[in-house]
Ligand binder design. Structure first.
Ligand SMILES: [Zn+2]
Length: 266
């Protein structure tokens, strides 16, 4: 019987994703660094706060974040665990509608404003079209998220970023999938005068053959696509009903690409 393992696109087993909140003007400098080194990230924006100084211009959302993901951070950044639940739904749905008008794609990610969440909110989010939501703090781990609605990053960029990056680069055991997830706010680099930290990190991490550089939602979609693959009972063929190609490894051999909409003999 074939042994099947899920792989990231291209058959890779390591993924790196970044997540930055609030849409302040420093995002321009951060995106430039990401783009220079081929790093991808997600930017969580508050649609109701663009008139508060030092935010990017809403007109530049589509171009500035091209190739990255734009995601929700609620309309007005309230501490949502203290709000009535219908208000939370409105904060998320109105944010999605406004952002989608400017991006042209379904906006399905969220990061909790002020890191505020509750079990009720977690249960509400799928009905609001949200596929994942990021909490605050650092897990110091490269494990995949068990609960996408309590998705904790590996680290904030001010928490052992270079050390964790080096550890991540050294991971080689192909029987595991690994994710490094970094979060923060771009204005923190200006506040602490440590832009060099992110420059060094991206220089160190970029351009590696065994790393998949992805946005938060691309990561979730890859995991979801794999779960929808339809394997024969004896694992001798598989049908991919998704709109994207999937990659699997068979008996620890080189990755097999399963084209979208196709059946492949294994
Ligand atoms: Zn925020």
């Amino acid at each position: 019987m074939n042994r099947i393992y899920c792989c990231f696109p291209g058959g890779k087993h390591k993924a790196l994703t970044m997540s930055y909140d609030d849409g302040r003007v420093e995002d321009r400098r951060l995106v430039k660094i990401f783009n220079q080194y081929g790093i991808k990230g997600t930017f969580h924006l508050n649609s109701g706060l663009f008139d508060r100084g030092e935010r990017i211009d809403p007109e530049e959302i589509r171009t500035l974040y091209a190739g990255h993901e734009v995601a929700c951070h609620t309309v007005t950044h309230p501490t949502i665990a203290r709000c009535p639940l219908p208000e939370v739904a409105r904060e998320v749905l109105d944010d999605r509608r406004w952002l989608e008008e400017r991006t042209g794609y379904p906006v399905r990610g969220l990061s909790y404003p002020n890191g505020s969440l509750s079990e009720e909110i977690e249960k509400l989010l799928p009905a609001c079209g949200i596929r994942y939501s990021r909490v605050v703090g650092s897990s110091d781990s490269f494990a995949l998220p068990e609960n996408p609605y309590r998705w904790q990053a590996t680290c904030h960029h001010n928490h052992q970023l270079m050390e964790l990056g080096e550890q991540f680069l050294g991971l080689f055991k192909k029987q595991y999938l690994y994710l490094m997830y970094v979060w923060g706010h771009s204005y923190e680099f200006t506040d602490r005068d440590n832009w060099e930290l992110m420059e060094s990190f991206c220089r160190m991490m970029g351009g590696k053959d065994d790393i998949w550089y992805c946005t938060n939602i691309e990561f979730m979609d890859c995991m979801d696509d794999f779960k929808r693959l339809q394997f024969a009972a004896d694992n001798h063929f598989v049908y991919n009903p998704n709109a994207r190609d999937c990659f699997i490894s068979v008996n620890d051999g080189p990755a097999v690409q399963i084209p979208a909409g196709k059946t492949v003999q294994l």
